[in-house]
Design a protein around this ligand. Structure first.
Ligand code: DTR
Length: 354
């Protein structure tokens, strides 16, 4: 009888011990074979990635490409959930939203907060950047060299630019007289350029442009022309005036704490992608601009207006004070303004040769 009690007590004690151990284990270490799929999914590092424009536009196309590459190169260790169209953070909330952790990663257009991103917005000056690929590389070099303090609270995952901006309008713009007083949408340095040409610039993020065009608040916009196809602006704007003036700089930033918490092998994958993503996006943008122009001409009967060399020289001359004005403001903000502009010019010359 005594022996039976001892055996029973032992069985009960062992059962309790087993149940207790199982409960106290963290979920990810719950390694019962039947649970293995669940185990793996709870090990996955999940990251949210916010973007402001709609899914078919280039900032979101590059976001999806980055997600695919990260998930592939980390063998599924990282899963990225993307939020296009301002569904997690809007254009102007992007930087602060990532700093505060509302999103782990965010894509922002620096022209929407010109005073905040003074150094990198120098890339938006009319310095003759000929393509998104050249612009993206010059921007990355600028960021790497000056490490602006406005990015001190985040990890920068990549930067890139648009292709040069052109005028897309409902009425033809062939001379400076045509643009005078015309309500055109732009942001940041591009808005200053429109002002110099005598247009009435209306500032707003790209995500607000479709409604403004529809409602007639603006008669056109000044931006890279892939938007003629991606936003179907060609249905309303039947003219493109090729000025090829300046680019818009973008950054992809990550919450610093989230970055710090990543394992080293994942950090390595993200670092590898920094310059690669910058180049990929530049190339994608340049090709897509060409596709958009072809589509606009063929499908939407858009006229592409080329300015004569003489006319172009007059337009360009009006922009010379813009660089001086930026230098003045940047100096007042304590920045080595002339060095920044000289460095940019040198990078543009170097990358334009490749
Ligand atoms: N050109 C800037 C940025 C820009 C160019 N294409 C897109 C597409 C989607 C969002 C932003 C942009 C602008 O005009 O806002």
């Amino acid at each position: 009888m005594k022996k039976q009690w001892i055996v029973l007590t032992l069985v009960v004690a062992l059962t309790l011990l087993y149940v207790g151990c199982k409960k106290s284990q963290p979920q990810s270490e719950n390694a019962a074979p039947a649970d293995s799929a669940k185990t793996q999914s709870s090990d996955v590092i999940k990251l949210t990635y916010a973007n402001f424009p709609p899914a078919p536009t280039f900032p979101c196309v590059q976001m999806e490409r980055w997600k695919t590459e990260v998930e592939k190169r980390t063998n599924g260790k990282v899963a990225v959930q993307t939020f296009p169209g301002g569904s997690l953070l809007d254009a102007k909330e992007m930087m602060d939203g990532v700093i505060s952790g509302q999103a782990d990663i965010g894509c922002l257009c620096m022209a929407y907060q010109p005073g905040r991103f003074m150094v990198t917005n120098a890339a938006a000056l009319p310095l003759g950047i000929p393509s998104a690929k050249v612009g993206s590389q010059a921007l990355w070099d600028l960021y790497s060299k000056y490490q602006p303090k406005e990015f001190a609270e985040v990890k920068v995952l990549t930067m890139f630019t648009t292709a040069p901006a052109n005028i897309m309008s409902k009425k033809p713009v062939r001379t400076l007289a045509d643009i005078k007083g015309m309500d055109l949408r732009a942001s940041g340095e591009a808005a200053q350029i429109l002002k110099a040409w005598g247009a009435n610039q209306v500032g707003m993020p790209m995500s607000s442009a479709p409604e403004a065009l529809q409602k007639g608040v603006v008669q056109g916009l000044f931006s890279s022309v892939e938007v003629m196809k991606d936003f179907k602006f060609a249905e309303l704007c039947k003219y493109i005036t090729m000025t090829e003036t300046n680019i818009y700089p973008f950054a992809v930033v990550m919450n610093q704490k989230k970055w710090d918490a990543l394992p080293e092998d994942v950090k390595k994958v993200f670092e590898e992608l920094t310059v690669e993503q910058c180049l990929w996006t530049g190339e994608y943008m340049d090709n897509h601009v060409q596709e958009s122009i072809n589509w606009s001409k063929a499908e939407q009967k858009v006229e592409v207006i080329e300015l004569s060399a003489e006319e172009k020289a007059t337009w360009n001359a009006l922009l010379e004070p813009n660089v001086d004005e930026w230098i003045k403001q940047a100096k007042a903000a304590g920045l080595p303004a002339e060095d920044i502009v000289d460095d940019l010019k040198a990078s543009i010359a170097t990358f334009s040769q490749n």
